[in-house]
Ligand binder design. Structure first.
Ligand SMILES: NC(=O)c1ccc[n+]([C@@H]2O[C@H](COP(=O)([O-])OP(=O)(O)OC[C@H]3O[C@@H](n4cnc5c(N)ncnc54)[C@H](O)[C@@H]3O)[C@@H](O)[C@H]2O)c1
Length: 382
């Protein structure tokens, strides 16, 4: 009997390249961006459109496809974290399966916030083992974060993003006009992710936010400074994502604000938006960093002053040390055996910590309560 066992090795490199492009007035028939990839001749498109966005532009979208002779099926999808579930995912799959598209040449189009693009991205990655898709973000969260990378997800079994995939889009089309109709709370939700990036990796972006953040929020980022903030935030995000698209390196700067927030978001799904949970995490992490002398008092003060100036509110009564501690333990599994928690060590820079102790979380929460109570104490009557 021969001792040689047969053995095969498969090595395959898939090149990933996709463009993220500004495409103002996306539904203007003269604008070909939506149809710039995929088949046009007797073409079909399966489109998933956020219901709140549809209220403002469903007719324009219909006319757009009619003008170009495209047979489009437009499915309306209600956004919100509660919709990021298996049943919503299956619902879209059934609609898609009823409207056959060419497997390679008729990309699915996802137009909506981060929930919609996450769910539709997962549909695209699993239907027929993967069909192409285009993302059009309509929330600030989607514009600067959720749409520009390759992660798709749905929540499962009480956990955020537990099912999902890495699925590069064919293209991401950016039209900030969509932000005009976005409620202020959702604008602020996206601002939390921009703030995260500014603290952890871009002191210049932090200064831009100090100088023009409040005005840009009021103007729904339609002002020139707002445009600069968006561009800088996207560039910064992509600088981090591009070299590590599949998260081979689990020490990721962009995970700042995402260590404790998963636990908060899962527990308080009905009360907290993603960015609001990230903001609570940023506040706690900032104070942990301060107590370790990674941040100076002046830098810590600047962070809290900016949070205040941008009109971001911290729901500190939701901060339960036990919940945050368990969230950190869960992240250790997610980050393959170590905390790998990014922490600012001066504004615009970071280190990774692996030894955050439970008592540090408790002290940070206490310090946060004290800080906010002191700052919001009513003025003494004269
Ligand atoms: N894939 C990623 O890398 C990534 C990154 C960051 C966040 N996310 C995910 O993104 C999700 C949050 O995204 P979101 O904040 O965009 O939430 P969302 O998609 O639920 O949108 C928020 C609300 O705004 C409405 N809306 C959307 N566009 C609108 C518009 N232009 N005008 C008026 N209303 C509009 C929606 O109907 C919804 O009610 C979370 O589930 C988070 O996990 C994913």
């Amino acid at each position: 009997m021969s001792g040689n066992r047969a053995r095969w090795r498969i090595t395959y490199h898939r090149r990933i390249a996709y463009d993220i492009v500004e495409a103002p007035q996306l539904f203007d028939p003269q604008n070909r961006a939506l149809l710039s990839v995929g088949r046009l001749e007797r073409g079909r498109r399966f489109v998933v459109l956020d219901r709140n966005v549809a209220r403002h532009c469903a007719d324009d979208l219909q006319s757009y496809f009619a003008h170009h002779g495209i047979d489009a099926k437009i499915v309306r999808f209600a956004g919100g974290e509660q919709r990021k579930r298996v049943d919503a995912y299956l619902e879209i799959l059934r609609e898609l399966d009823d409207f056959p598209i060419q497997r390679r040449d008729e990309p699915i189009i996802a137009i909506g916030g981060g929930v919609l693009t996450d769910v539709v991205g997962f549909v695209a990655s699993s239907y027929r083992r993967g069909v192409p898709h285009i993302k059009v973000p309509t929330t600030l969260m989607g514009y600067v974060d959720a749409s520009v990378g390759i992660k798709t997800a749905i929540n499962f079994n009480g956990h955020k993003n537990r099912l999902g995939s890495f699925e590069p889009p064919l293209r991401v089309l950016l039209d900030k006009e969509f932000l005009r109709t976005l409620p202020r709370r959702h604008i602020l939700n996206g601002v939390c992710e921009i703030l995260k990036l500014a603290i952890i990796k871009d002191a210049g972006l932090f200064r831009l936010l100090e100088e023009h953040g409040a005005e840009s929020i009021d103007r729904r980022f339609q002002n020139p400074a707002g445009g600069r903030i968006l561009e800088r935030a996207i560039s910064g995000m992509l600088e981090e994502l591009e070299p590590d698209l599949f998260e081979d390196n689990l020490s990721r700067k962009v995970d700042f604000g995402h260590t404790f927030s998963h636990g908060l978001e899962s527990r308080h799904e009905a009360r907290l938006l993603h960015g609001e949970a990230v903001l609570l995490d940023i506040a706690v992490s900032t104070l942990i960093a301060r107590r370790r002398y990674l941040l100076s008092e002046r830098e810590t003060e600047r962070i809290f002053r900016l949070i205040d100036a941008l009109g971001l509110s911290l729901n500190i009564e939701l901060l339960d040390p036990e919940l945050l501690w368990r969230a950190l333990l869960e992240r250790i599994e997610h980050r393959n055996g170590a905390q790998r928690s990014p922490m600012p060590d001066s504004l615009g820079h970071c280190v990774f910590l692996n030894d955050i102790a439970r008592r540090e979380i408790e002290s940070a929460i206490t310090a946060l309560h004290e800080r906010l109570c002191i700052h919001h104490e009513p003025a003494l009557e004269r």
